[in-house]
Design a protein around this ligand. Sequence first.
Ligand SMILES: Cc1cc2nc3c(=O)[nH]c(=O)nc-3n(C[C@H](O)[C@H](O)[C@H](O)COP(=O)(O)OP(=O)(O)OC[C@H]3O[C@@H](n4cnc5c(N)ncnc54)[C@H](O)[C@@H]3O)c2cc1C
Length: 371
Amino acid sequence: MPVKNDGVVIVGGGVVGLSTAYFLGMAGVASTVVERDSIGSHASGFALGGLSPVTGSGVPDVLEAMAFDGMRIHAEMGAGLPSETGLETGYGSKPLLTLTFDEAEAEAAKDAVARQQGHEGYSVRWLSSTDARRVEPRISEEALGGIHVEGSAQVDPYRFSLALARAAEGLGASIRNGAVSGLVRQGGRVSGVRVGDETLPCERMVIASGPWSSEASEWLGIRVQVGPLKGQILRLRAPGPPVECSIGWNGNYATTKPDGLLWAGTTEEEVGFDETPTTEARDRIMASLHRLLPSLGDTALARQTACLRPVTPDRLPLLGHVPGMEGVILATGAERKGILLGPSMGRIAADILTTGTSDVGIDAFDPARFE
Ligand SMILES: Cc1cc2nc3c(=O)[nH]c(=O)nc-3n(C[C@H](O)[C@H](O)[C@H](O)COP(=O)(O)OP(=O)(O)OC[C@H]3O[C@@H](n4cnc5c(N)ncnc54)[C@H](O)[C@@H]3O)c2cc1C
């Protein structure tokens, strides 16, 4: 496996940047990941880690191929990364039960079931309230039923990020701490990346710095239209047996994670680059938890986290070449599904850099589409 640096610099040590380094390593290309804070210290370390290619924002739709590719890679990595790296990633099956509370929600959910069915390896069914209660007896009496998905999975995002980093290093990548503040051009190409007072020579560059990728607007001379959408999660000590399913409603969820804690979320807050947990969010998440699982009212807060999803104006990723700048790729904007999509985005970014093409269609994610 390669140990030389092949002139590729990746900005950002989140799941997208690390996956890019991993797949470049698999292709025999050594890269340098530059991370300003530490690996997985933002959304990639603090997400829920739910993995479902058949439900949620953007799928099934234009993101479908990437979502299934992400799922396939997660299954492979779930089996391979622990033995490759010595680090457990918490990968495993996690069924979903998305509840409805009024007739309109129930009708919309039944329509969605029809669209989401038919994928090999996945079962998507509408369950009446009685059947839903057989899956999880503690759900609210007010629930009218819900969508039950089998085939979905989960991972511990922080451990996954660490394992990815270690695996990428094993394939020749190097990871260094530093803040990228600009790039050096030679003609229409990148020839170096500014890290503090230093210039790292490079011929190719991947900007995978999550919501902060907009900082690259100045370096690139185009508007990189991505920004932060804050989300918060409570980790709770809850009474009774674990909640085995991920119980959801209207973008909120609750499930017991491998750490034994009940993780409940979430919020969507447009408050800029503020990652501070708030009491308002805590109260809102507790209210939605009571709506889903009223008997779990007696919980103790073990930890509250907040992090920032990278979000674009059309809520689709930015993935592909930067216009007018040879050798520079943007890979960000995975929003609420970045843990699922990140490995696929990294694989695609690596493919584009090494072969010039990708087997997953990315026209809809063209970084030039907002110009
Ligand atoms: C509450 C919450 C729950 C979520 N749950 C799920 C889920 O269940 N399933 C799912 O699929 N997704 C989930 N997500 C979404 C997912 O976490 C994100 O989409 C994903 O982590 C984004 O990864 P990234 O690598 O693009 O960005 P990040 O994780 O933000 O990584 C970017 C990195 O770049 C670094 N950086 C920035 N600027 C610079 C610079 N100038 N120089 C050097 N380094 C720099 C940052 O320090 C950071 O570490 C959730 C998100 C939130 C907020």
